[in-house]
Design a protein around this ligand. Sequence first.
Ligand SMILES: C[S@@+](CC[C@H](N)C(=O)[O-])C[C@H]1O[C@@H](n2cnc3c(N)ncnc32)[C@H](O)[C@@H]1O
Length: 276
Amino acid sequence: MAGETPWQTAAALEKAEAPTFDTSVAHIARVYNYWLGGKDNYAADRAAGDRTMAEYPGIVASARANRAFLRRAVRFLVTGAGVRQFLDVGTGIPTSDNTHEVAQSLAPQSRIVYVDNDPVVLAHARALLTSTPEGVTDYVDADLREPGPILAHAAQTLDFSRPVAIMLLAVLQLVGDDEPYRVVADLLAAVPPGSYLVLSHPTSDLQQDQVTAMVAQLNHLVAEKVTTRDRDQVARFFTGLELVEPGLVNVSEWRPDANGPAEMPAALWVGVARKP
Ligand SMILES: C[S@@+](CC[C@H](N)C(=O)[O-])C[C@H]1O[C@@H](n2cnc3c(N)ncnc32)[C@H](O)[C@@H]1O
């Protein structure tokens, strides 16, 4: 329709009525919230969560390990790489230690743009917009399969002549076939050298039988289709980039906290890489 934009800005959200959504069908953002012990989920999400946990009890530890990786990766980017701008795509329902909270606790001037296409995340967007006075957070209601509008909106908040960390955590499995490779390439093409890609991706080449059974359940019960990828397929996302140490590894092996809890290996490959 003429005049319509494919995304909703944070300012538009202020004026918008509360989004409506169908709670009778499980959605991945709410199932993930349930795995993490959150309260922003409905009976269908909890049923799907319970069925998948029965197939693969390690999913709860995997989800927690993924969030712990987000914390460690953002801390590394701020303190070890000097990054002050973040584009967090597939944000999820706000939980503890969201990207802006971790980044701005270390560098208050950090600027963060969140992107998600789930109406429940949209309904909670204000919780993602609690920036420090020195920094900025913004939220874009958009589909990552169309990077153009995301980049156009993010450019209102982020300076694309300076490094940006593109965060794609536990989201590319929700885009099938080869499409996510195009999406990642388009996003990386928009940011300058010195920018970073942060990625985590569920896999079935670890804990294979249980994960395969869980994904079959998910694809039966949840609106979004999940595609796991093996290590080589995940490595392809980093083509042309410089992986920082320790490279593409199991989530438990990526710069574990010296004094933190020992992490269980989980069915996730993760990596952080610099655009040369
Ligand atoms: C499993 S959660 C991961 C949340 C967060 N990145 C994390 O790692 O904790 C996946 C999120 O991606 C969002 N998502 C799924 N498909 C998407 C798409 N095509 N465009 C934008 N967001 C999407 C879902 O709504 C959900 O909030």
